[in-house]
Design a protein around this ligand. Structure first.
Ligand code: 6GU
Length: 232
């Protein structure tokens, strides 16, 4: 299966960006996933290829025009699920990432300025998705993050499928944060001179005990950092 993402953006040079490296980069080279950018500027008006205008009702900044965005969208052959990256969107969760990674195609609309005219989002039933409670200067980094999270779930992209099912937020981890990891040396002297040892249970060879310890660690971490996850 080839997972395809159409990206509507004023900055196509931002792609594939970090996704051209490491596991996602290799998966791109293999054709496990593909993307195409539509430069919204190409659909702009006049000699200046204008894509935005001042907001009705007044206020700060500029708004991307509905007609321009629609023209860009209509140039996409197979849009699939349409997503507008915005801090006003529903939160991007691992469950939503799983859904998106199973779609054959997505179209990601990356806004700049104050945002895009609401009418084009309504008319074409864009889903609004946010990557967190902070504001970015544009949707492109959010698109890269959404894509990264999806690509690593594509069949064959990650070496070890167990890694995916055991990691933070996953079903295997009980929807909790993941337990801490350790590797050699077993006794490590840090620059401060302190010798820091690996928790003894991990070198015991008792796999039932190890599993129990990891689960307790997960619960402790989740209670301390993300109590909202335990209530679910
Ligand atoms: Cl998805 N887009 C933008 N522009 N800012 C954000 C965001 C998305 N999520 C959080 N902040």
């Amino acid at each position: 299966m080839n997972w395809h993402v159409n990206i509507l953006t004023l900055f196509p040079e931002m792609f594939p960006g970090s996704l051209g490296q490491s596991l996602s980069g290799k998966a791109l080279d293999r054709g496990d996933w593909s993307y195409s950018c539509v430069n919204i500027r190409d659909f702009g008006e006049g000699v200046h290829k204008t894509v935005d205008d001042t907001p009705y009702g007044g206020g700060a900044g500029m708004v991307m025009r509905a007609d321009i965005i629609e023209s860009a969208l209509l140039s996409v052959e197979n849009p699939g699920r349409k997503i507008y990256l915005s801090p006003r969107g529903k939160p991007l969760t691992q469950a939503l990432v799983q859904e998106f990674s199973q779609e054959p195609a997505l179209t990601l609309l990356c806004g700049r300025y104050e945002g895009v005219d609401q009418r084009v989002l309504d008319a074409h039933e864009f889903e609004e998705v946010s990557i967190g409670d902070y504001v970015l200067s544009g949707g492109e980094p959010a698109a890269l993050i959404l894509m990264d999270a999806c690509i690593r779930l594509l069949p064959g992209v990650m070496g070890n499928d167990e890694t995916v099912s055991e990691e933070s937020f996953s079903e295997g981890a009980g929807g909790m944060l993941e337990y801490p990891h350790y590797t050699r040396p077993a006794d490590w002297q840090s620059a401060s001179g302190d010798v820091l040892s690996v928790p003894e249970v991990l070198t015991s060879g008792n796999h039932a005990k190890i599993e129990e310890w990891r689960r307790a660690q997960s619960e402790k971490l989740t209670a301390a950092r993300r109590p909202d996850l335990l209530k679910k």
